[in-house]
Design a protein around this ligand. Structure first.
Ligand code: E4P
Ligand code: PEP
Length: 369
């Protein structure tokens, strides 16, 4: 019971409170049926096998920086599915279907937060639109990858996700590490924006063990979550303020840092963000460098991330102008044609790696102590 004076102290900076749908209600309206459940489980198992090097393919998480137009994202997914099938012997392709954008200061926070792209913040519509798209992409036959930013949203969508990320801006946050420890899929921990690898290594270790924290359960009820720990945590190199970290020396240094921490020596290289200086035209150069490392026998690189959409580059979200179909409104993306070429090159590099002795001998995978 609140006291008669509570209105003077509670929510003094909250302008409006709008009811939020529950995860269970959203699942009821947009269920993950038996076939899609199997697809998600298959996707998660496949990702874990690549991370553990039980499968010598390369994980490729590829797709738009952010989804702002579900129709364009679905068109992209249909194209990607064809390539994913064609290159399935060499690449495990997971579509980047990102709905939550972490901001350095301010900006559009993604489709879940603001589906109308106008600041109206209709989170109920955002969650419904996001889940519907995730199911559509799964129906097309692609596993999906998401960044988990808000600690509440996973209950609404995480059942559809095969690979997840904790971003550079939140990798030091205890809230996100605890969350990762309870998430059901492999989680990539990005290095911090200043380039710190140690923070991401700490995050992998922290998420690898059980935690107890307050959250919500699938019915939307506040709950105390007791997690088991996530043994599938891994490092994602995305470059930092001082420059890129995709080159062979940076990869070797990162693997050594993982080894010193007693963690599996495996990294995913993000070809975008600070590794490309957010210039989409540099992503193929980063991917080519990674491909050369793979071809030379580097088995510590287990995955690559690409930001890619139907059209190259980016556009500003300008309320006075109609948006161009298929072009990113957040970070600049590779266009479709360039994407296909990069994927072909990465697949060729994986084939070359199979025929090449290892340049390093990564330690066997293990659960962090
Ligand atoms: O991936 C997208 C952006 O890099 C990320 O959301 C940060 O964007 P900002 O620095 O423009 O806010
Ligand atoms: C925000 C992202 O990346 P980072 O956390 O590396 O900046 C992203 O991948 O969308």
């Amino acid at each position: 019971m609140t006291s008669p004076d509570s209105h003077r102290v509670i929510d003094q900076r909250i302008d409006r409170v709008v009811p939020l749908t529950t995860p269970a209600l959203l699942h009821h309206h947009l269920p993950l049926d038996a076939a899609l459940t199997e697809a998600v489980l298959d996707g998660r198992r496949a990702v874990a096998r690549v991370l553990d090097r039980a499968d010598d393919r390369l994980l490729v998480v590829v797709g738009p920086c952010s989804v702002h137009d579900p129709a364009a994202a679905l068109e992209y997914a249909a194209r990607l599915r064809t390539v994913a099938d064609r290159l399935a012997d060499d690449l495990l392709i997971v579509m980047r279907v990102y709905f939550e954008k972490p901001r350095s200061t301010v900006g559009w926070k993604g489709l879940i937060n603001d589906p109308a792209l106008d600041g109206s913040g209709d989170v109920n519509t955002g969650l419904r639109t996001a889940r519907a798209l995730l199911l559509d992409v799964l129906r097309l036959g692609l596993p999906v990858g998401c960044e988990f930013l808000d600690p509440i949203t996973p209950q609404y969508i995480a059942d559809t996700v095969a690979w997840g990320a904790i971003g550079a801006r939140t990798v030091e946050s205890q809230v996100h590490r605890q969350l990762a420890s309870g998430l059901s899929m492999a989680i990539g921990m990005k290095n911090r924006p200043d380039g710190s690898i140690g923070t991401a290594v700490d995050a992998i270790r922290a998420a690898g063990v059980p935690h107890v924290f307050p959250g919500i359960d699938v019915s939307g009820t506040p709950a105390i979550m007791h997690t088991r720990g996530n043994a599938d945590g891994h490092l994602v190199l995305r470059g930092g303020n001082d420059g890129p970290n995709y080159d062979a020396a940076s990869v070797a240094a990162a693997l050594a840092q993982l080894r010193a921490a007693g963690l599996p020596e495996r990294v995913v290289v993000d070809a975008s963000h600070a590794n490309s200086g957010k210039d989409h035209r540099r992503q193929p150069l980063v991917a080519a460098d990674v491909a050369a490392q793979l071809a030379a026998g580097q088995r510590g690189i287990v995955g690559v991330m690409l930001e890619s959409f139907l059209l190259p580059g980016r556009q500003d979200l300008d309320p006075t102008r109609e948006l161009e179909y298929g072009r990113s409104i957040t970070d600049a993306c590779l266009g479709w044609d360039d994407t296909e070429g990069v994927l072909d090159d990465l697949a060729a590099a994986v084939r070359a790696r199979r025929a090449t002795p290892a340049t390093t001998s990564p330690t066997p995978t293990s659960t962090p102590a």
